[in-house]
Write a protein that binds this ligand. Sequence first.
Ligand SMILES: C[S@@+](CC[C@H](N)C(=O)[O-])C[C@H]1O[C@@H](n2cnc3c(N)ncnc32)[C@H](O)[C@@H]1O
Length: 299
Amino acid sequence: MSHVPVLLKEVIHYLNPQPNENFIDATIGEAGHTMAILDKNKPNGKVLGIEINPDLFQKLQRIENEDSKLNVKERLIVVNDSYANLKEIVRNNNVQPIHGIIFDLGICSWQIESSGKGFSYQKDEPLDMRFNPNQDLTAAEIINFWEIEKIEQILREYGEERYSHRIVVALKEARKKERIVGTQQLVDLLKKTLPKNYDNRRIHFATRVFQALRIAVNKELENIEEGLKQAVQILEPKGKIVVISFHSLEDRIAKRFFKEQEKNNELQILTKKPISPSIEEIKKNPRSRSAKLRAAQIN
Ligand SMILES: C[S@@+](CC[C@H](N)C(=O)[O-])C[C@H]1O[C@@H](n2cnc3c(N)ncnc32)[C@H](O)[C@@H]1O
């Protein structure tokens, strides 16, 4: 497993797993956070891990044999589903009471580097971007067939892309000539359309468009709302929720949700300000640089 878990020390600090307590890893990915939790909640505490991607789910089956000292086989349950179905997953898997849940949003290194699904503007792959290959909607479908106005809206809302109008004007022309099926075709179009000095070169010019497509394809923002809502309902009193987000839209959802629930006396916010990785962590793991952690405790 190659994914380096982000803000690991901080996740453990806020979840504070004790022997024999049970936890949910709503985005188990490559199990980085999960393995650290399993180390703390031994000998009999369980982790219920949820992973939407079937390839990662298959890979996760193998870690059962990796660490016999932790007795992972008995203590880790992995489900191939979406955390938007959290309540039902918990009901079906008999892991209760639950003392904490972590959401480490977004995608993991394997998806970017090896899934072949077009998550990276640095590779030439089909414009797919589905976490769950069983769903119909792909990024290519959006780019080629959605109404231009709808595409402009997702670029603006999910990508916070300032040049969304300029991009869809170019896209409208390009669509008359050919189907846009690969990531590099899209990157070339953006390169021709966007200013040379895009955002003072602070980020790659394709970043926001790729982010917007990924969010739209996977309904990521709706899922986060749903997952958080259900998390509050399945946790024990004093149970912890930890959310790690990687862009401002995700962080805003977590922030607003916690504030609202605190107002309703459902929980107490543990992080007045979001926690960011240290400079040392960012140096070791550049992917962590935009991470923000928020934590709360059920009343
Ligand atoms: C940032 S990675 C998690 C990495 C993990 N914490 C680790 O240390 O290895 C996020 C994972 O969540 C998965 N994911 C995304 N949306 C999901 C959803 N709605 N339900 C369940 N898993 C989801 C992604 O496929 C990805 O593997």
